[in-house]
Each structure stands twice: as C-alpha cells, then as structure tokens.
Design a protein around this ligand. Structure first.
Ligand code: 3PG
Length: 213
C-alpha cells in the first residue's frame, strides 16, 4: 500500500469520531467490555498501545467487537507492524517515523499514522506522501497553537494530536481545519477499568463523541 493510500485510509479512520481513545490494557479480561463501552458511547476507532504484555491479544479480541475499528499504537519496529497486522489491527500509530517502520507498513498493508513534531519532520513525511500524521506529544510540543501556526505554510497535512489532551482542551484542536480528531487516554481511566465501571466509560465516550456534535 502506498503512503497516499495509507493516508486516505488513516484519514477515514480519523473522521469516524472526534476522539480516538488511546488504550493501555493491563488485563485481557477488560478488552471486550472496554471496546463495547467505547463503541456504545460513540467512539468506534480504538488505539490499543503495544505497551503491555496482553496488548496483541487484546487487539485480537477487540477486532471482533461489532462497530469497532481497532488499531495498534506505539508501533516502533517492523516486528511490531507484523504482529499488529496478524492480530487484526486495521490501522497503526507510531510516536515517530523511521524508514524501516514506514517500509514495514507498506509491506504489511497497514495504514499508518506516523508521528512528527517539527516542520522538517512533517515535510519529510509529506514528501513521501503521508498527508495524515500524528502530532505527539501534543501539549508538550506547542499544542493547538503550534498546529495552527504550522497549518499556514503546510495546510495539506492533517494531524491526530495526542498527549495531554482532555475534555478541557480538545476543542482548541478540533476547531482547526487540519485536525479531524484528537487522541487521548482520558476516556478510559485506569480506575474505572479496574472497577469494571463500563457505564462510566460509555459516559466519558459519549461526552467525547459530542465534542463536535
Ligand atoms: C500516548 O501515546 O500515551 C498518548 O499520547 C496518550 O496521551 P494521554 O495519556 O496524555 O492522553
């Protein structure tokens, strides 16, 4: 899959809802009810970070939840890309971008949101054809003000910013034309997951889904 095709597919995922939950799953038993709760609240696109031992198995389970579109986050290596694809991920997210990672996503047909922060990083990805990128860590890197500024000289790149975003500041990002969605972990708090309080997570998801209602 070419970078242009990857970007088109990644953009379609980003347009499903204003927020993509960034999920860190410690307990495999949480995978199905968590995905069901988020989808029920109106957030179908789900990013499972490959940061815990059960993450790939969680993707395997969540890929079968009706209405869910499950991707793998924290892709760092070609092996991560291959494992994510085999587990059933339909998109990938990386905090940055290396040639080996980009090549692996092309080889394994996994649409990628590659990460960039600086003008040169954004331009290097744009040169290769990646018009949809992750901006991480968003708040720490200049936030919505930075993305507004970079959108003047480089309006052809869209971003999914993540890192430090919550209900309080999501609208600052979503009001920009270049931002189809933001990513964030706030819709799946660890304490609610530990309690099995899936109704609370559906409520958080519904609030997030309404950010651009
Ligand atoms: C991440 O990769 O950890 C995401 O950017 C989530 O950041 P957050 O926990 O600040 O939402």
């Amino acid at each position: 899959m070419t970078p242009t095709e990857q970007s088109a597919r990644a953009l379609a995922v980003c347009r499903l809802a204003p927020v993509v939950p960034v999920l860190v799953i410690d307990d495999l038993a949480h995978a199905r009810p968590l995905a069901e709760a988020l989808v029920a609240g109106g957030l179908p696109a789900l990013e499972v970070t490959l940061r815990t031992p059960c993450a790939l198995d969680a993707i395997r389970i969540m890929a079968h939840v009706p209405g869910g579109v499950v991707g793998a986050g924290t892709l760092l290596t070609p092996a991560d890309v291959r494992a994510a694809k085999e587990a059933g991920a339909t998109f990938g997210v990386s905090p940055g971008a290396t040639d080996r990672l980009l090549d692996a996503c092309a080889e394994y047909d996994l649409p990628l949101l590659p990460g960039a922060v600086t003008a040169s990083e954004i331009m290097a990805l744009l040169e290769k054809g990646y018009t949809v990128q992750k901006f991480f860590p968003a708040e720490q890197s200049g936030g919505a003000a930075f993305l507004k500024s970079i959108g003047a000289p480089i309006p052809q790149v869209s971003f999914c910013p993540t890192g430090g975003i919550g209900l309080k500041n999501a609208r600052d990002y979503l009001s920009l034309k270049t931002i189809p969605c933001v990513g964030g972990s706030w819709v799946a708090p660890k304490d609610a997951m530990a309690r099995g309080d899936w109704a609370a997570i559906t409520t958080l998801a519904a609030e997030a889904a309404a950010l651009r209602a």
